[in-house]
Design a binder for this molecule. Structure first.
Ligand code: ATP
Ligand code: MG
Length: 599
């Protein structure tokens, strides 16, 4: 806790926060009580599309802009809640016409275009299961995921179909319908249908399917940071968690303009790019374009974005450009910034204050948890480097692991670490609404995630005496050096405090004496040369900050770091490269040089 806490005063808050007092909110919250905020379907049913679209389209928000879509070239299209009701009805009607049944899986492989949002919401309306894939995936990752998901329908564009899907189509026997968006006057190729034509002829007033809270709704693949991506299934009831966390963790208010920069190919882009803002009835921005700091500053300014949810990789890339680039844009509307996906270095939290006058609020969750589990809140103190405290209604614990990394326990119940700032596996008490219900096709792997009442996240963390959660690292990335367990995040954060360092990736390199030694790959800021003198200076800097036991023993410069397309450093790839070993599943690797530009 080397970094001073950032306290909040009433002056820092431009609107009354949804969560004003953490202890009070925790004490009074129950999921059953929160359920009253959902509209629900008759007879206790639940459907995400109903909560996101129909309930608003039937009331005073009908003509409010739900999604402002910004095209690559800057053109915009405003879609109201009433528009979304019509367009998602049309898509649902197309599915009915094709004989697609409830719980059938509909894959969507497009860029961030309006048709993607119609397809996801229309699939949910129909009672199907929606699975969005990142448009930059090549044929193999697409094939792998559609096969695991047993996809019956795929929505894509003519170009993506030609280049990525046609070559693998024969390997996907369950894939009956391919729907192409944007054919214009062209005829669809054999085996595909013209979605725009089908939609134009479809019914725009289709009732929401009478799904139950536990019916499957969304399929998300994990980022593949540590291995082959897993397909996590979420149910309609998850919308309760999206609604609640939007209010409590992102502080969404009725008149907010919200921008979640994540692509819907990742869970963040669906849970917080689609479901949470719509369930909360706010206006959202969707940008078709790729990451470009100047473009992003412009979008924030021109759309009067009030709440911005982004990722550390984007923040770090903005930091690389320098503070003046950020300060050049007046952002008077912006009042809350949050980030997820990777550790947010204390440096970056503070940079938010320098650049925007607002700290960046780190929060933590995973594909498996479906929604935010641990967060820094608008009204509560930030301890830079901590991911914050659990959402009201979420219980977390640190579980003790043995030397092999297995959670220790008796009679099926894990042993909970109760000494503050002691490492163990971060776990969540099962039963929250957006808990994943299955890893598709991998029941054993699913079962192994649970010990007694607890879901084990695979991340290592510590709790301080006040319940703040401190990320140590992914269990798979932890370095064991001379009897110490070292989290790469701590080392990377320390290195990033040196003015020359833009980013760092730290991993364990086998060593005959220490077991593993800490090795760092460092990406320099513009204007710094990778000299031997700087290398030695950085090793010394690390030692001074961290002590000899934890500091990198080896340090090399890199021109880029291997990252997932969602911007996570793939330390397993750094390690494999160093050792000349096979690198494993690379389906989610961002082409290097782009720098992980797709948060
Ligand atoms: P895979 O499970 O396939 O290896 P993944 O874990 O990266 O991929 P996601 O579910 O997209 O897939 O990412 C969740 C993980 O991201 C968390 O388990 C954690 O390791 C990391 N993460 C998310 N938010 C944070 C955060 N605020 N601080 C530190 N790490 C985070
Ligand atoms: Mg994971």
């Amino acid at each position: 806790m080397a970094h001073a806490p950032i306290t909040k005063s009433a002056r820092d808050l431009r609107v009354a926060p949804n969560l004003a007092d953490y202890a009070d909110a925790r004490a009074s919250f129950t999921w059953s009580g929160a359920r009253a905020a959902l509209d629900g379907l008759p007879g206790g049913g639940a459907n995400i599309a109903h909560e996101c679209v129909d309930r608003h389209a039937a009331g005073p928000r009908a003509d409010r802009v739900a999604l402002r879509w910004i095209g690559r070239g800057g053109e915009t299209l405003d879609l109201t809640y009433a528009d979304l009701r019509r367009s998602s009805s049309r898509f649902a009607s197309v599915l009915s016409g094709l004989g697609v049944e409830r719980a059938d899986r509909v894959f969507v492989l497009t860029g961030r275009i309006p048709a993607l949002y119609d397809a996801v919401l229309g699939t949910l309306r129909h009672g199907g299961v929606a699975c969005t894939l990142f448009a930059a995936f090549g044929p193999e990752p697409i094939c792998q995921r559609v096969a695991i998901g047993g996809g019956r329908v795929l929505v894509t564009t003519p170009r993506l179909y030609r280049q990525r899907v046609a070559p693998i189509r024969h390997r996907l026997p369950d894939l009956e319908h391919v729907l192409l968006v944007g054919l214009g006057d062209d005829a669809p190729p054999d085996g595909a249908l013209d979605l725009d034509a089908l939609v134009a002829a479809a019914d725009d007033d289709v009732a929401v399917a009478p799904t139950r809270p536990d019916d499957p709704a969304l399929l998300h693949f994990t980022s593949g940071t540590t291995g082959t991506p897993k397909g996590a299934v979420h149910v309609h009831e998850a919308v309760l968690a999206h609604l609640v966390t939007g209010r409590l963790a992102l502080d969404l208010h009725d008149d907010d303009v919200f921008w979640c920069t994540a692509d819907p190919g990742w869970v963040t882009g669906v849970s917080y790019g689609i479901v949470s803002p719509l369930a909360n009835g706010v206006r959202s921005v969707v940008d078709e374009g790729e990451f470009d700091p100047e473009r992003w500053f412009r979008i924030l300014a021109e759309n009067d974005v009030t709440v911005w949810y982004t990722a550390p990789t984007a923040v770090r890339m903005m930091m690389r450009l320098g503070i003046d680039a950020a300060r050049a844009h007046a952002l008077p509307a912006l009042r809350f910034i949050a980030s997820v996906g990777e550790p947010l270095n204390p440096e970056a939290v503070r940079w938010g204050i320098d650049a925007f006058g607002l700290p960046i609020h780190d929060n933590w969750w995973q594909t498996e948890t479906g929604g935010i589990m641990v967060a820094n809140y608008a009204a509560t103190e930030i301890r830079p480097g901590s991911m914050g405290r659990p959402i009201p209604g979420i219980d977390v614990a640190i579980l003790r692991r043995d030397a092999r990394g297995v959670v220790v326990g008796t009679d099926g119940e894990p042993e909970i670490v109760d000494t503050p700032m002691t490492e163990g596996e971060l776990a969540i008490r099962r039963g929250w609404p957006s808990m994943f219900r299955e890893y598709l096709g991998e029941p054993d792997r699913y079962a192994k995630c649970f010990v007694g009442d607890w879901y084990c996240s695979g991340d290592l963390a510590m709790l301080d005496a006040d319940g703040y959660v401190w990320f140590v690292g992914r269990a798979d990335d932890i370095i064991k050096s001379a009897g110490h367990l070292i989290g790469p995040f701590e080392v990377e954060s320390a290195l990033m405090e040196h003015p020359a360092v833009a980013e760092a990736g730290v991993f364990g390199k086998p060593d005959p004496i220490a077991g593993e030694l800490v090795k760092a790959m460092v990406l320099l800021r513009p204007g710094f040369e990778p000299t031997e003198a700087l290398r030695l200076e950085l090793i010394g800097f690390g030692r001074k900050r961290l002590g000899a036991a934890i500091a990198p023993k080896e340090l090399d410069f890199a021109s880029s770091l291997p990252k997932t397309r969602s911007g996570k450093i793939m330390r397993r790839v750094l390690r494999a490269r160093e050792l000349g070993l096979p690198v494993g599943d690379l389906s989610t690797l961002e082409p290097e040089g782009n720098g992980g530009t797709e948060p």
